[in-house]
Ligand binder design. Structure first.
Ligand code: HEC
Length: 113
């Protein structure tokens, strides 16, 4: 009993840690496929487009890109009625089905020069 009480949480947290590491990796090859839609506003090479009000994304840190995509998905960004440009982006984040897809597309964008 004593043993399992000390080991189980350790196993639980180590599996969480492994999952986090796997996510943080991101797969740029998978992300490239997801980025096809994004390129219509942010440009083929992530250079951005002022006409579309879409900022450049190329070379930004993966962790920052992933955080913003989570924020758009959760309605932390792009939900306010006056946030005209944020509201253009928020539905785009929703096409990324899960956390892995967010990491994959962020890894691809971060790799763009
Ligand atoms: C319809 C055009 C459009 C499409 C398609 C689009 N975006 Fe955006 N995106 C925008 C706009 C506009 C903004 C600026 C939002 C703002 O001003 O708050 C933005 C902002 C962002 C930001 C935040 C940048 C920062 O500096 O904080 C990220 C990250 C992003 N987009 C990633 C993506 C990804 C990944 C996709 C594809 C899944 C995508 N976008 C598809 C228009 C688009």
């Amino acid at each position: 009993m004593r043993l399992s009480r000390s080991i189980l949480p350790a196993l639980f947290f180590s599996s969480l840690f492994t999952a986090t590491l796997a996510l943080a990796d991101g797969d740029p090859a998978r992300g490239q496929g997801l980025y096809v839609v994004c390129a219509t506003c942010h440009g083929q090479n992530g250079e951005g487009s002022q006409e579309q009000n879409a900022p450049s994304l190329a070379g930004r840190e993966q962790w920052y890109l992933a955080r913003q995509l989570h924020n758009f998905k959760a309605g932390v960004r792009g939900a306010h009625a006056d946030d005209v440009y944020g509201k253009m982006m928020a539905p785009m984040a929703l096409i990324l089905p899960d956390d892995q897809a967010i990491e994959d597309v962020a890894a691809y964008v971060a790799s763009l020069k």
